[in-house]
Ligand binder design. Structure first.
Ligand SMILES: *Cc1c(COP(=O)(O)O)cnc(C)c1O
Length: 393
């Protein structure tokens, strides 16, 4: 057995393989340059073009592009009517922004637990938290696996709740069944589409799309370009909105990236399959759930460690893998355990026992479409090397 790099042995890789990384090609750069030479750096035609091009991948008839995934969630929470006194239920195993969007509106985020098999929202746990103040429910497509919205929809319809899906991990994934009222996406470089910063909300309701676009533009009912085209100057601000507009420069980049989404998803599936094969049947490793065909976009590959089969904890495995040159990560600290939520909303340990327990076993392996087969082999070799060295027998 070879000595671990953390103990002075030879690392599997000399330079760190990141857990995620964008791929920007010359053709993307050419589109950005074209935009820079055009008349519109923001609120121009690239915004509309991106919105239309996103419709198939986002799984709804209308798409409003905004400046980040966080802005998308905030806009959705606002359009859902969240306000002080309201509650919004979200699974705790997510990025903080899923819950924060309710807090931005003055509403109270309420955390529910996740299922041990998929790490997705436990709908029974959500049901227990519904009361007269609940106005919205925010399922999360954790790691890229679509949450089954059929039971979520039933719960929402029984109590008049808006379903806001945090699909920031899951662009391009598909599954049969019920739909959310709004689906939110992120185009941060670590996600599938690298826009720099960017996001979108998808909806089937035209009025909802109009309300989302108004919110991203200060609550003003017409934009600069449409006034220019009509030769008019008058506009009205009808509510308090933000500047959540995405510039054309970045929309041009996202449009170009979007052309390669199918190949991107396909490559991620191949990488997931290679990992699953390498780790199959290993007593110390639990590979992630796959879901129905096409229902996983593989933003993350989250392995779970069977800690009773190891002599060390997850953090020691994490450090050993980093020393081997493998950029592992942990997604996520359960949001209800963050100091902000504990202090401002009184959450704490014991609220979501499954997420709290699973958190200590989670390890995200490198997963991005530009990974080579050699990168994947290195990650597999390093994981097997480390769990071998730390095996409890
Ligand atoms: C990335 C992410 C967000 C926020 O997106 P940004 O574009 O970084 O603002 C929200 N929710 C989840 C689950 C995410 O992964």
């Amino acid at each position: 057995m070879s000595r671990l790099a953390i103990d002075g042995g030879e690392p599997v890789r000399p330079a760190l393989l990141p857990y995620g990384r964008q791929a920007v090609l010359d053709e993307d750069i050419a589109e950005v340059v074209k935009c820079l030479r055009s008349d519109w750096l923001t609120t121009g035609p690239a915004v509309d073009a991106l919105e239309s091009a996103l419709v198939p991948a986002c799984g709804a008839k209308h798409v409003a592009v905004v400046s980040s995934g966080t802005a998308a969630l905030h806009a959705a929470a606002h359009v859902a009517g969240l306000q002080p006194g309201d509650e919004a239920i979200t699974p705790t195993l997510t990025f903080a922004a899923t819950a924060n969007c309710a807090a931005f509106c003055g509403a109270t985020p309420v955390f529910c637990d996740v299922r041990p098999d998929t790490l997705l929202m436990d709908v029974e746990s959500a049901r227990e938290r519904v009361n007269d103040h609940t106005r919205a429910i925010l399922p999360v497509d954790y790691a890229g696996l679509l949450c089954d919205l059929t039971p979520v929809r039933e719960l929402a319809d029984a109590h008049g709740l808006t379903v806001i899906e945090d699909a920031c991990h899951a662009i391009g994934a598909r599954q049969e069944g019920a739909a959310a009222d709004m689906r939110c996406f992120s185009f941060h470089p670590v996600k599938h589409i690298a826009m720099g910063e960017g996001g979108a909300v998808a909806t089937n309701v035209p009025d909802v799309a109009t309300a989302l676009r108004r919110f991203r533009n200060h609550g003003i009912t017409s934009d600069h370009r449409s006034r220019g085209e009509r030769g008019a100057h008058f506009y009205e601000m009808v509510e308090l909105g933000f500047n959540y507009r995405a510039p054309d420069i970045l929309c041009a980049l996202a449009l170009s990236q979007l052309k390669r989404l199918d190949a991107n998803l396909q490559r991620r599936r191949e990488i997931a399959d290679a990992y699953a094969k390498a780790f199959e049947g290993h007593p110390a490793l639990q590979p992630p759930a796959y879901g129905a065909p096409g229902a996983h976009a593989w933003h993350l590959y989250v392995l779970r460690l069977n800690l009773e089969r190891l002599t060390v904890d997850r953090d020691a495995v994490f450090r050993a893998l980093r020393a081997e040159g493998i950029g592992v990560n942990v997604h996520y600290v359960p949001v209800h355990l963050h100091p902000f939520y504990r202090q401002c909303f009184g959450t704490g340990p014991g609220d979501c026992p499954v997420a709290e327990r699973e958190y200590y076993r989670l390890l995200s392996l490198p997963m991005f479409h530009a990974m080579t087969d050699a990168d994947v082999r290195d990650a597999c070799d390093a994981v097997l090397k480390v769990v071998e060295a730390y095996a409890a027998d």
